[in-house]
Design a protein around this ligand. Structure first.
Ligand code: PRP
Ligand code: ADE
Length: 249
């Protein structure tokens, strides 16, 4: 499916997004915004160490901020660090580059902190975090560790050994097949699916279908960034959380 950008503004239809109802930053353009400037008034450990579901709450108490206030501050810094590249990987696609989030240890820590904060407040504790090949691998394992959950990968076809389940899908700029190892999720385990971006929702939908084929209970989905205009969340049949939104213009 092609991700041609809309010309008109439509209000986001999110059920859950850290940016709404009070978006801290909505004027993202194809020009590169300045890098995020870490806020020295917020505490946070770039070296980690918090490995349970209550870690985010402890951090909040230390910072003296409400969860809502801290999430707003974290998301502003994260949003300001994203970059956009027009016509990549194909004409008409405005590519959202999340790599700066991982280039800076404080931003990286902010990201894991913001996601774990939301998940711990809004989802049952997952047994397994499932991350999507490849950018879901950048933060899925760290988030799983922070939440005290296991991690399992959804990989593109042909990369995993042993018995696998397979699901085909279409995404914003192509189509592919995903696989999970048959024993990656045990029947009845609670699963949170995570990925960097939800665009058309095709990738996430395929991942959710694999989790269900394995007998997992799908708690929901968490993404760093949502491309609102593609309405990918409409394809998903479990709660969806996105930290940031973009290209809503
Ligand atoms: O909502 P959709 O339209 O399905 O698009 C979202 C997917 O596209 C990107 O992955 P890509 O397949 O480009 O792989 P990568 O993570 O290996 O770069 C992104 O990381 C998501 O997984
Ligand atoms: N516009 C986009 N930027 C980055 N990753 C994507 N995956 C699907 N659409 C994308």
């Amino acid at each position: 499916m092609s991700g041609v950008h809309p010309n008109s503004t439509s209000p986001p239809s999110h059920t859950s997004t850290a940016e709404h109802p009070a978006p801290p930053h909505q004027d993202s353009t194809a020009s590169h915004p300045p890098p995020g400037k870490p806020d020295p008034t917020l505490t946070g450990s770039a070296t980690g160490g918090d490995s349970d579901h209550a870690a985010a709450q402890r951090g909040l108490a230390a910072a003296g901020a409400s969860p809502t206030a801290e999430l707003a501050s974290l998301t502003l810094r994260l949003k300001n660090s994203l970059r956009q590249f027009p016509d990549f990987p194909s004409p008409g696609i405005l590519f959202e580059d999340i790599m700066p989030l991982f280039a800076d240890a404080k931003l990286h820590d902010d990201l894991i902190r913001a996601l774990s904060l939301h998940v711990s407040q809004n989802f049952d504790k997952p047994d397994v975090v499932v991350g999507l090949d490849a950018r879901g691998f950048l933060f899925g394992p760290s988030l799983a560790l922070r939440l005290g959950a296991g991690f399992a990968p959804v990989r593109k076809k042909g990369k995993l050994p042993g018995p696998c389940e397979t699901a085909g899908y279409e995404k914003e700029y192509g189509s592919d097949f995903f696989q999970m190892q048959a024993d990656a999720v045990k029947p009845g385990q609670k699963v949170l699916v995570v990925d960097d971006i939800i665009a058309t929702g095709g990738s996430a939908q395929a991942a959710g279908s694999l989790v269900k084929k394995l007998g997992g209970t799908l708690l929901g989905y968490a993404f760093i960034l949502e491309l609102d205009f593609l309405k990918g969340r409409d394809k998903l049949d479990a709660p969806v959380y996105t930290l940031l939104s973009s290209q809503g213009k």
